[in-house]
Write a protein that binds this ligand. Structure first.
Ligand code: ATP
Ligand code: MG
Length: 722
């Protein structure tokens, strides 16, 4: 059997890790050194040399997209299909195990996964039911408390009823929340992980089955595993010495979500005969980019310490752009992307990375008005939009009418005249009798205690759901979805909404029907579920991977967090400002600040050829005007690696702000950089530069319709617009 092709493209250290005899292995190495590549080749190598079925492999990746890519790359190396291989995210794999073993895991067969937004809504309802004030018990804090304990493997019943009022109240909330979830068959993300851990821990036979099945277990991005994830890896591999992990302590960026860098140390003591392989050559970035990243990260204390070098040349210096304001920053970035494309680059090779999702909007607007296709990862994902969640809630009710969360979401959407008082009555019946809201509504309409009007409106809702359930029989998935958006009145409801918003929502609902039509799943992996259940689980677990984008070649927009593991030829890290990146909350806290620095290291090391950093000297964000300073991270990069870009403006601050039109008799310019203006012939645009004085004063304006123009102020009839 010829296996040389699997290792011929590897360096010595990589080859050592790939071909090592079966044992536990830790590949500890910096960004771009080929860790993911080693993992892929290792899997192909053991399947081939040990003549294994791909069934014997378990591989954990960080995103679903990475899982698909990994499978594809392994199949290419093997030259046959690896469909039977279990590869996915911790959450995806947990979901799969729980579907197979719902009964053993103590879950109803038809359990549904809820995302963190649904979870938050449930917590809000719970607070209301317990008459607790949201100001005193902030729902997000409660959510953090519950998830934090679940991630550490602690159930409410494990926790002592001691402590102050706060502690006890939180514990009560946790307990009540668990009960509500159980009653309505709902499983949140943290629960997926905890359940699987308990399932394996408490079912010796099941555990042995999977231990025998998964001869080799692999984990990418190991530095970001949390306690419970590590605990289930331990269960599956204990005594077997077959865990292969790759990671980089400098890229640990999910501490705020419970990830533990310490798992790297635990691995070393838990697997005594392990092999550690270090990779030091970086294959991704130019020397300038790599050295900038290296110089930044040495500012962190207590690193495991790694060397990283490249054979690549210096490449371009890193460009730093001090934008006048956030509009100017977006304008600048999009112009550079246009240049890149003009010079023959692909749009998909360019990525805009930001610290916070709210930053994406301006770039989206710019790209849109420039007619440049783009795709946003994360953020308000397609499946998280309100209109989509409403449609999904109806689908959930078709699948499982006892789903309280879905029920509450849509009982009065579109408006059926079911008021808060009636909903409160339903809740109290459900609470008192320990039944679901669906059961409660059916009970209530039969009782004599409600008015004829209430009965009528409740019956109208019941009829909608019952009709959907009846009609769903025998329909294809997309037809079910189609009915759910039409027969419930959702489409009409949004059609009546005024303006573009309503239109966009109708389009999104149609896109959902489309998504259902295209929904594709592996026949082998359905775990006995019907298509609708699979689709709903997919909607909860996917991360923005099914946005309706017609173009493959589009600019990539994402947070720095979601860029982990990826690489792009051209990278923009935007908003590199104190108080944005590092984030405001990290500035006072040394360990959080280090995590932000690691995030910056992750960002920089995504770039292969060209890297731009930018910040704005004034920024309107969260409805406030701010005047941020450039981030300390920029100052930590040696200045000889950075080239500052100026747009040649002779002034960088506004001279004065024009409230209304411009008059050439004015002594000072009436235009601020970034000011929106309108011109009789060229239409609307934004002022980018101002030069000269008096009669010679000219401005450069980027017009939406015609692009850049220099105009003499004395002649051009420019008007400032708000
Ligand atoms: P990160 O820490 O960002 O996840 P990584 O260590 O997983 O990075 P990879 O993504 O596996 O690194 O590899 C980085 C790039 O270097 C990829 O484009 C990969 O194909 C390339 N590469 C890795 N090793 C080699 C090699 N031996 N020869 C040529 N290219 C390589
Ligand atoms: Mg990687």
């Amino acid at each position: 059997m010829d296996v040389t092709h699997i290792i011929e493209s590897l360096n010595d250290a990589q080859r050592q890790a790939v071909t090592a005899p079966s044992q536990s292995i830790l590949v500890l190495a910096g960004a771009g050194s080929g860790k993911t590549r080693v993992l892929v080749h290792r899997i192909a190598w053991i399947i081939k040399t040990q003549d294994l079925s791909s069934q014997s492999i378990l591989a954990v990746t960080f995103t679903n997209k990475a899982a698909t890519e990994m499978r594809g790359r392994i199949e290419k190396l093997l030259d046959y299909s690896a469909q039977a291989m279990w590869v996915g995210t911790f959450h995806g794999l947990a979901h799969r195990l729980l579907r197979r073993h719902a009964h053993e895991a103590g879950l109803p067969e038809a359990f549904q996964v809820i995302d963190s937004d649904d979870q938050l809504r449930m917590i809000k309802r719970l607070l209301k039911a317990l008459a607790l004030d949201e100001a005193r018990w902030p729902p997000r804090q409660v959510q953090g408390y519950i998830n934090g304990h679940k991630e550490e493997g602690r159930r409410a019943r494990h926790m002592p009823e001691t402590g102050d009022l706060y502690q006890r109240q939180m514990l009560t909330l946790y307990r009540e929340y668990e009960q509500t979830c159980m009653r309505s068959g709902l499983v949140d993300f943290a629960e997926l992980l905890l359940r699987v851990h308990e399932l394996l821990r408490d079912n010796e036979k099941l555990l042995q089955f999977y231990k025998q099945r998964f001869l080799h277990v692999h984990v990418d991005e190991f530095q970001d595993t949390n306690t419970i994830q590590y605990a289930w890896l331990r269960l599956l591999t204990e005594g077997k010495n077959n865990l292969f992990v790759v990671g980089d302590d400098d890229q640990s960026i999910y501490g705020w979500r419970g990830a533990k860098i310490e798992n790297i140390y635990s691995f070393q003591s838990d697997y005594p005969n392990h092999l550690v392989v270090r990779l030091e050559q970086n294959y991704r970035s130019t020397a300038n980019i790599l050295n900038a990243a290296n110089a930044l990260i040495v500012n962190n204390q207590g690193r495991m310490g790694k060397e990283l070098w490249t054979e690549d040349g210096d490449g371009e210096p890193i460009s730093l752009y001090a934008a006048f304001n956030e509009q100017d920053e977006a304008y600048f970035v999009v112009e550079r992307i246009k240049k890149w494309v003009e010079l023959g680059g692909l749009r998909s090779e360019a990525a805009i990375l930001y610290r916070s999702n709210v930053q994406s909007r301006l770039f989206e607007e710019r790209l849109m008005s420039g007619g440049i296709p783009y795709r946003v990862y994360g953020g308000l994902r397609f499946f998280e939009r309100a209109e989509i969640k409403n449609a999904l809630a109806y689908l959930h009710l078709i699948a499982h009418a006892n789903n309280d969360s879905a029920f509450e979401r849509v009982i009065n959407i579109p408006n059926r005249g079911i008021g808060p008082k009636t909903i409160e009555d339903l809740r109290s019946v459900a609470r008192d009798e320990r039944i679901s809201l669906w059961q409660a509504v059916n009970k209530l309409v039969l009782s004599g205690v409600i008015t004829a009007r209430t009965k009528r409106v409740l019956n109208s809702f019941i009829d909608v759901i019952n009709n959907l359930i009846e009609q769903a029989e025998g329909l294809a998935l997309h037809e079910k979805v189609q009915r759910a958006v039409e027969h419930t009145g959702l489409i009409d409801f949004h059609k009546k909404e005024k303006g573009e918003k309503g239109e966009a929502r109708v389009e999104n609902l149609q896109e959902l029907v489309n998504a259902a039509r295209q929904f594709d799943y592996e026949e082998d992996n359905t775990e006995g579920l019907n298509e609708l259940d699979l689709f709903l689980a997919h909607a909860a677990l996917e991360s923005g991977e099914m946005q309706g984008d017609q173009y493959d070649d589009c600019v990539q927009l994402m947070t720095l967090h979601s860029a982990k593991g990826l690489e792009f030829k051209l990278v923009f890290i935007v908003g590199v400002e104190e108080g944005l990146f590092p984030s405001p909350r990290s500035i006072e806290d040394p360990s959080r600040l280090e995590e932000e620095r690691r995030l910056c290291y992750v960002g920089i090391t995504r770039a292969m050829q060209i890297l731009y950093l930018s910040y704005a000297e004034s920024r309107r964000i969260y409805g406030r005007d701010t005047y941020p300073k450039c981030s300390r991270f920029i100052k930590e990069i040696p200045s000889d690696k950075i080239q500052e870009i100026r747009m040649g403006a002779t002034i960088s601050r506004p001279v004065s702000m024009a409230k209304s039109g411009f008059s050439p008799r004015q002594q000072k310019t009436a235009f601020q950089l970034g000011q929106r203006v309108s011109h009789v012939k060229f239409g609307e645009g934004v002022v980018l530069q101002v030069e000269g004085e008096g009669a010679q004063e000219r401005v450069q304006v980027n017009f939406t319709a015609v692009g850049m123009k220099w105009l003499m102020l004395a002649y051009a009839k420019l008007e400032a617009i708000a």
